[in-house]
Design a binder for this molecule. Structure first.
Ligand SMILES: Nc1ncnc2c1ncn2[C@@H]1O[C@H](COP(=O)(O)OP(=O)(O)OP(=O)(O)O)[C@@H](O)[C@H]1O
Length: 544
């Protein structure tokens, strides 16, 4: 056994040794091309840090996706999350993990462009769908062998990540890309990080965590109970909960736990999986976020809700959606579950049907268009249901406009002629999709302290914990540690931001706490207000 292997088996692998062990062959990554090497064909999606476009390589003719890395504030430089994502993706190589093939650079043109810095694009193979977009299409109905086929691929990809000490931390249907050849790939590594704990072992669930990380990860609908209760010493089991949510979503055709706030999310989880007790979630009472909870003891209605599914399907779902993160099934064991060996057997990827392309933006464009225009189904495949129309599913002020346009969390987009008109939509009676998790440090990169829907960041999440992960694959690079700031603020702010923060910290005297306006202080105040509001709402929900 090599030193690396023995260290790995002891759960001890540094980002550097991981990087050395996972160098991809040089020819698998081009490096830095020019944007002019690609012909841009249209917009696919809009992520936290940039837009995603479909494009064709002029050299190879291959279809690719270009993820533009937006620098919201040029002074902040290259976003750290994008840097993380690039560094990780460059190391990963698995058929069920999206492959970073190239980086493309767009230099500012002299006459028209006042930008000083170039724009960078991540280049990945084009995938025809994301799973969320696919499930939104009412003409798509997954068969059991198809669900099994996607589940196998998802678990294979996740097993690879976890074995290699990677936590994905944003497992959700929108981050699972699917090609018309039936291949599923895990995408979006913007929140992923190196994991210091022991890798999962057969029959041992997710095991015990070894160190603290921030609990402000994972999009709410896919966030496990331990994170909602602010466990910081979490494990690979957080991604397995997400797999359970995605599995349920494939079976039901819509997200199964669509909470409107963190408190409501827990409420929905308890309704489905039962309320926590010392047996099904040992130690839950001592979690910081459990203090205010007074759940009425309940059994959980999972079996009832999935009564149309076979017992072996429900059995795997229950294993994935276990409240106790230590005994929640891991990817190795899930792959061995009888579900995959019971008829009907999993389809092979090439046996799966192909579908009309479906991406995040199609859904969003539809929401946007609904208010203004009659439906324009393409190919006449799908009409609109009786409940369609602006805000058809919701009444009152609970949803509409809170996160953006027509209950969408997204701002209005202008449509270019080259953009596709969505051909389908199904109003599935769900609240607007929650924004991706907000890590405090993201604020400094967005520059305005607001998320894409214009909401102040940081709401609904409890305390901002320190998670100073900056992957350092270079021995000489200084490694940052997980120190807790006196005031609990995140240590990963940009230097400029941090200097301001330090100044504010130092000067907590009446003089420096003067009323002079500071965008940072305003942002912090706004964030605190938002957080308090969410907390109050959650408390009301649980105090019975
Ligand atoms: N390789 C690809 N092929 C096709 N579509 C893609 C590809 N990569 C991303 N997309 C589309 O763009 C959307 C956003 O991409 P991605 O999740 O990587 O961005 P993000 O900034 O991390 O998003 P989020 O803010 O939702 O976490 C995806 O949901 C998908 O619809």
């Amino acid at each position: 056994m090599s030193i690396l292997e023995s260290r790995e088996s002891a759960g001890d692998i540094s980002p550097r040794s991981f990087a050395i062990a996972h160098q991809r062959p040089r020819n698998s990554f081009v490096g830095c091309s020019r944007i002019t090497d690609y012909e841009v064909l249209g917009k696919l999606g809009e992520g936290t840090f940039g837009e995603v476009h479909r494009a064709r390589s002029k050299k190879t003719g291959a279809l690719v996706a270009l993820k533009k890395i937006i620098m919201h504030n040029e002074k902040d430089g290259f976003p750290i999350t994008a840097l993380r994502e690039i560094k990780l993706l460059k190391l990963l190589s698995h058929k069920n993990v999206l492959r970073l093939e190239d980086m493309a650079v767009e230099h500012p043109t002299r006459s028209t462009d006042k930008r000083k810095r170039p724009i960078m694009y991540m280049v990945t193979p084009y995938m025809d769908h994301d799973l969320s977009g696919l499930l939104d299409n009412p003409s798509v109905h997954f068969t059991e062998p198809q669900v099994k086929c996607y589940m196998l691929q998802l678990l294979e990809g996740l097993k690879y990540l976890h074995e290699n000490h990677i936590l994905h931390r944003d497992m959700k249907a929108a981050n699972l890309l699917i090609s018309n050849k039936g291949i599923l790939q895990i995408a979006d590594f913007g929140l992923a990080r190196h994991y210091d704990g022991e890798v999962p072992k057969p029959g041992r669930g997710g095991g015990e965590g070894r160190r603290d990380y921030t609990s402000l990860v994972v999009t709410r609908w896919y966030r496990p109970p331990e994170l909602l209760m602010h466990l910081k010493r979490y494990t690979t089991a957080i991604d397995m909960w997400g797999v359970g949510c995605v599995f349920g979503e494939m079976l039901m055709g819509k997200p199964i736990l669509a909470g409107e706030s963190d408190g409501h999310q827990l409420e929905l989880i308890f309704e489905l999986c039962g309320t926590p007790n010392d047996e099904n979630m040992p130690g839950w009472r001592s979690l910081p976020g459990a203090e205010a909870l007074r759940p009425q003891p309940r059994q959980g209605n999972l079996t009832q809700r999935f009564r149309d599914q076979s017992p072996v399907t429900v059995s795997l779902l229950k294993e994935l959606l276990k409240l106790d993160w230590r005994s929640r099934i891991n990817a190795i064991d899930a792959l061995q579950h009888p579900y995959f060996r019971t008829a009907p057997l999993p389809a092979k990827p090439h046996e799966l049907p192909s579908f009309e392309e479906s991406h995040e933006l199609d859904r969003r464009k539809f929401h946007d268009r609904r208010a203004a225009l009659p439906p324009a189904p393409k190919g006449g495949t799908v009409g609109r249901g009786p409940h369609d129309g602006p805000n058809a599913s919701f009444s009152g002020d609970g949803f509409t406009g809170r996160n953006g346009v027509n209950g969408s969390r997204y701002p209005r987009n202008s449509r270019g002629p080259e953009e596709r008109v969505p051909a389908w939509h199904r109003d599935r009676g769900l609240p607007p999709r929650p924004p991706p998790p907000v890590d405090d440090h993201l604020d400094s990169y967005r520059g305005d302290g607001r998320d894409r829907g214009g909401r102040p960041r940081g709401g609904g999440g409890g305390r901002q914990d320190v998670d100073t992960y900056i992957p350092s694959y270079d021995r000489d690079a200084p490694r940052r540690d997980d120190r807790r700031r006196r005031d609990d603020r995140d240590d990963r702010r940009h230097d400029w931001d941090r200097r301001r923060g330090d100044y504010d910290d130092r000067g907590r005297t009446s003089r420096t706490r003067s009323r002079s306006r500071s965008p940072i202080r305003d942002r912090d105040r706004e964030r605190d207000r938002d957080r308090d509001r969410d907390r109050d709402r959650d408390r009301d929900m649980y105090r019975r």
